[in-house]
Design a protein around this ligand. Structure first.
Ligand SMILES: [Fe+2]
Ligand SMILES: [Fe+2]
Length: 364
């Protein structure tokens, strides 16, 4: 017998007015070869989250605690970390990671909904086919992240700035806007961060999970690059400028969502729950020599934007001098390496995203 379900959203939901025009295409033959072959690849590389991952072994706690990454910050390399006992290390690692992974999980749900919107909104059959495979991929990602987080701790609420970005993308009223918000900015962040996390962790279940998810995300990003890359040159200057503005705003929200003051506060809250005074953490980190250099090398919280989103925007023709100026101003207002270092030498996008996911080389 099925439980009684209400047709109305419960309190455990968030509603946003989604905008799109649903477009039928009467051209059923393939028009964009690159997207058709991406669709074929997507079909070929499906996997089953519950069947294909080693869930039965559970999480290897010491491997997890010795190799987790929190927003790109290598806490295990500090002397302070070594003063904590193994139980506290595991407690900090599991709570902090569950918090970070929860935001990835919520982002995956946003991706699931945007991908399904793209099935309706894109005007080419190849684009619809591909978005249909991505929709299934994203459902699987929601499934695996939720299952993994439940083994660590519990699912934390979404960061407000990530919610804002997902809402803006779902509410964007043309498909190019949705594609820029999701396939370029959110997917770019996901691909970059999952790769970082995959290469850092020695925990076997998480490594395998992120390998599968990362391969899917590489296709999702490739879709945005190939599709928008072929459409942007046909748009009017005003349409291009509007897309550039949206991309910049999305990236700005993304930086806020990753580790603005609120995010840092939320991570420190997890330390407190594990019995470590946040004031001691901050004082100890301030004393660590070489930390600033490591963080600067990794790009800190700008990493995914400077290492992936900006080169992607350049590749698809959405990085005019005007918008580069906006990025430069934004970086100028953030601490760390000078803006010139980032905008003066934009890194090249990896040619083979699939291979890049697993090659372990430093980003950029
Ligand atoms: Fe995903
Ligand atoms: Fe994705």
């Amino acid at each position: 017998m099925l439980p009684h379900l209400s047709s109305k959203p419960s309190e455990a939901t968030h509603q946003v007015r989604a905008a799109l025009d649903a477009v039928f295409s009467w051209s059923y033959s393939s028009e964009i070869d690159a997207l058709r072959s991406l669709y074929a690849k997507g079909l070929d590389r499906q996997w089953n989250a519950m069947r294909d991952l080693p869930w039965e072994g559970g999480i290897d706690r010491s491997a997890f605690a010795s190799s987790f990454t929190m927003g790109g910050f290598p806490i295990q390399e500090t002397d302070f970390w070594k003063t904590l006992g193994p139980d506290t290390q595991w407690d900090v690692a599991r709570r902090g990671s569950a918090f970070m992974l929860s935001n990835f999980l919520h982002g995956e749900q946003g991706a699931l909904m945007v991908a399904s919107q793209l099935v309706n909104a894109v005007p080419h059959m190849d684009g619809k086919f591909y978005a249909a495979t991505q929709t299934l991929d994203e459902a699987r990602h929601v499934e695996v992240f939720a299952a993994y987080i439940e083994k660590l701790d519990h699912i934390y609420p979404i960061a407000p700035s990530l919610q804002k970005l997902l809402d803006a993308t779902l509410g964007g009223d043309d498909w190019c806007t949705k594609c820029v918000g999701m396939q370029i900015v959110v997917e770019g962040l996901a691909l970059f961060s999952f790769r970082d996390m995959r290469n850092a962790t020695n925990e076997p279940l998480l490594k395998q999970l992120l390998t599968y998810v990362g391969r899917d995300e590489a296709r999702h990003t490739a879709y945005g690059i190939k599709y928008l890359g072929s459409v942007v040159p046909t748009l009017s200057p005003a349409e291009v400028a509007a897309l550039e503005d949206f991309a910049f705003e999305a990236a700005r929200m993304l930086l806020d969502s990753r580790s603005g003051p609120t995010m840092r506060g939320a991570v420190l809250e997890r330390w407190k729950e594990a019995g470590v005074d946040p004031a001691d953490v901050m004082a100890a980190l301030a004393k660590e020599s070489g930390m600033a250099r490591i963080v600067a090398k990794m790009g800190g919280r700008r990493g995914p934007v400077s290492g992936f989103v900006i080169p992607t925007l350049q590749a698809i023709g959405l990085l005019s001098d005007r918008i580069q100026g906006h990025f430069r101003d934004m970086f100028d207002h953030m601490q760390g390496i000078g803006a010139q270092d980032i905008m003066g030498s934009i890194v090249a996008l990896p040619e083979d995203l699939d291979a890049w996911i697993e090659d372990g080389a430093p980003a950029g």
